[in-house]
Design a binder for this molecule. Structure first.
Ligand SMILES: [Zn+2]
Length: 86
């Protein structure tokens, strides 16, 4: 079961314990990174373009449940006419 990503108006919530703030997210990302190395050879990513980003699972840090995370509205969510992604 895949979990939709939160949007500007929604957030994740664990339906078992009520956790809103701590999750382990397993995701698959394809990205192009502009890697900028300094003269000592230390790399730094200056730009990152995400081509694909798939959330595979979200596990609650509090109770370790993996299938209990749901999307709920954010408390300060106004009536924005954003359609939720996916
Ligand atoms: Zn939980």
């Amino acid at each position: 079961m895949s979990i939709p990503a939160p949007t500007e108006a929604t957030r994740w919530r664990c339906s078992l314990c009520g956790n809103l703030t701590r999750f382990d997210v397993t995701r698959t990302t394809r990205a192009v990174e502009f890697v900028h190395l300094d003269l000592a050879g230390e790399p730094r990513v200056d730009e990152r373009e995400v081509l694909e980003d798939t959330i595979e699972s979200v596990r609650c840090r509090w109770c370790q449940a993996t299938d209990s995370v749901q999307l709920v509205p954010r408390p300060d969510a106004d009536e924005k006419d954003d359609t939720p992604a996916e």
